[in-house]
Design a protein around this ligand. Structure first.
Ligand code: NDP
Length: 247
């Protein structure tokens, strides 16, 4: 175990760790010496895994799958000291044509999952004497984006869930933070960034003129666990290259 790992935060479960931002977070945590529970639908490890990983199959829309994975990881790792609620889904649909099933699917994957994973992690975090919950929201949580009502609503819900957990569970030594990334190049927006027009638009729109990369988010999440700052709780931290605040 590296010296980066504070005594309190040793075993961290990451949902949606198969690829993209979740894989990056899992790899970065392991690189810093944490034992990482890779919770993914496929039940495998991210490419390039080096360090201590314990994989579990977990569909974050399936309550029993979540409970089995969270309890299983806590048992296998000898405790649970943190969770990263990363798994997410974006489905674009015009609001005038939005089906309830699409809305419910996105809300279930992005927001209800945060409630369920955190709830099932709670007794383990209490048993560990406290710990951290890091949720992956989005800078779309407080803007209106055409064709993305479900996604925006789900990310706003994550920010609200984060605040409630922070307030209700502070007495147990549990702190909760919402990380809200801007555009990060992953599978989720591969098509979007395939067009030169999009790249040109972002050049004009964002102070940095480009999307972020997975390590930007991964390093921030890992730093939060390494630094262990319980007084920082309930907040949403935007990591978007200044895009949302730019005029
Ligand atoms: P990807 O599409 O690259 O990856 C999504 C991840 O979520 C995959 O690991 C996928 O697993 C997993 N996932 C989806 N549904 C489920 C499910 N039901 N159960 C378990 N795992 C599931 O997306 P990103 O890496 O870009 O996104 C990760 C998080 O970051 C999401 O919450 C997203 O909303 C957020 N985010 C991303 C931004 C971006 O620009 N990329 C910007 C802001 C926020 P599988 O391999 O099984 O499909």
């Amino acid at each position: 175990m590296s010296n980066d790992v504070p005594g309190k935060c040793r075993a961290i479960a990451v949902t949606g760790s198969s690829r993209g931002i979740g894989a990056g977070i899992a790899l970065e945590l392991a690189r810093r010496g944490f034992t990482v529970g890779c919770l993914s639908r496929g039940g495998g490890l991210p490419d390039g895994a080096e360090g201590t990983f314990i994989p579990f199959t977990c569909d974050v829309t399936d309550e029993s799958s979540i409970k089995a994975a969270v309890d299983g990881f806590a048992k296998a790792a000898g405790g649970l000291h943190g969770v990263v609620n990363n798994a997410g889904l974006l489905v674009e649909q015009k609001s005038a044509e939005l089906s309830l099933s699409t809305f419910n699917e996105v809300m279930a994957t992005n927001a209800a999952s945060v409630m369920m994973v955190s709830r099932d992690a709670f007794p383990h975090l209490v048993a560990a004497g406290g710990g951290g919950i890091v949720n992956i929201g989005s800078f779309w949580d407080k803007v209106g984006v055409s064709r993305n009502l479900s996604y925006c609503a789900s990310k706003a819900a994550i920010a609200a869930i984060t605040r409630c957990h922070a307030v209700e569970w502070a007495r147990y030594g549990i702190h909760a933070i919402n990380i809200a990334p801007g555009y990060i190049e992953t599978d989720m927006n591969q098509e979007f960034f395939a067009s030169d027009a999009t790249k040109e638009w972002l050049k004009q729109r964002s102070p940095l003129g480009r999307p972020g990369v997975v390590p930007d988010v991964a390093k921030l999440v890992a730093a939060l666990f390494c630094e262990d700052i319980p007084f920082l709780t309930g907040e949403t931290i935007y990591i978007d290259g200044g895009q949302a605040i730019a005029q």
